[in-house]
Design a protein around this ligand. Structure first.
Ligand code: SF4
Ligand code: SF4
Length: 308
């Protein structure tokens, strides 16, 4: 008999700080991979070449963890009530990057959860991912009943909205599987209508080549002047399609984990300071922040684009 039950996982995960927990059978992700293939065919991945790799592993998680039976999907609320001042001399940072890097926080939480579960049963084996590796995080969150995928491609939970990070634990354990949540977007098109660059090209489909989030973070090249006047002051990432979502407007709650609140005034950054920033300063200010991902050159490119 399983020594680790759904209830035990939920109780342990919540006591560590996870907000949502769901369980899915680790079946192959055929429909999801067909949609990914179509997205790649259209070139919507932009420069994110890593999305083209390891398709087989994304489809069949047994190729990354041989004994896998189940997926435990976990979500952590990162919402903060901080409001932008909208001072034109400052660039806005997407709220997921205001505080300490979520990878650092959530890895520690995952390690704690894994060891607590292994203490109960040393036959419990697992492999965890948080936004890394060839794993379809959002697909597993949907299958585990964490939420549905909104037309803006974010996972939305009925109780707390979409300001959540998703992590997944692949395990050799069998659990009772959660029911999937229906799609509650209905006839709403608020995110599509609000996107300043028309990056939501179809319901649930984002063209990264047009998305401010991609253009300011993963993008290694220049930003086309065709987007000038469309960036709405975004220096790193973009939250517009989540800000306007009625599920966030009605149901978002402040995160329990205070390390996601703004640190080092990183929610809005003086653009001129960025253009004059030296590498040492960039490294010390953003060492533990997701903003480090753009490197100094990327952040300067973004600041110069906004100043033009
Ligand atoms: S993140 Fe911004 S640019 Fe990208 S789809 Fe959402 S609103 Fe559009
Ligand atoms: S804004 Fe409307 S359409 Fe877009 S994700 Fe939210 S509920 Fe769905």
């Amino acid at each position: 008999m399983n020594k680790i039950t759904n209830d035990i996982v939920i109780q342990k995960a919540k006591s560590i700080g996870f907000d949502l927990v769901g369980f899915a059978k680790a079946d192959k992700l055929s429909d999801e991979i067909n949609r990914l293939d179509e997205w790649l065919k259209q070139g919507y991945q932009g420069g994110m070449k890593y999305m083209e790799r390891n398709i087989e592993k994304r489809k069949d998680v047994s190729l990354i963890f041989h004994d896998v039976k189940s997926v435990i999907s976990l979500a952590v609320n990162y919402h903060s009530n901080y409001k932008y001042t909208n001072n034109k001399n400052f660039g806005k940072v997407s709220s997921y990057a205001w505080g300490k890097d979520y990878h650092l926080i959530i890895w520690e939480m995952l390690e704690n959860l894994e060891s607590e579960l292994m203490e109960i049963d040393n036959e419990f084996k697992c492999k965890s991912y948080i936004d890394t590796g060839p794993v379809m995080d959002k697909a597993w969150a949907v299958k585990s009943g964490i939420g549905w995928m909104g037309k803006n491609s974010n996972i939305i939970n009925r109780e707390i909205g979409s300001w959540i990070f998703i992590a997944n634990i692949f395990t050799n354990y069998v659990f009772d599987y959660s029911l999937q949540i229906p799609d509650f977007c209905g006839s709403c098109t608020d995110c599509i209508d609000a996107c300043p660059t028309d990056a939501i090209v179809l319901d649930y489909v984002i063209d990264s080549n047009k998305c401010i989030s991609f253009l300011t973070i993963e993008n290694k090249g220049e930003i086309s002047q065709s987007f000038s006047d469309k960036f709405d002051g975004w220096l790193f990432g973009c939250d517009i399609c989540q800000d306007v979502c009625p599920w966030n407007i009605k149901f978002s709650q402040p995160a329990k984990i205070k390390e996601f609140n703004p640190i080092n005034n990183n929610a809005e950054i003086n653009l001129k300071d960025v253009t004059e920033m030296k590498n040492d300063e960039f490294k010390s200010r953003f060492a533990k922040s997701p903003i480090s991902r753009t490197k100094l050159n990327g952040l300067k490119r973004n600041a110069e684009f906004l100043i033009k």
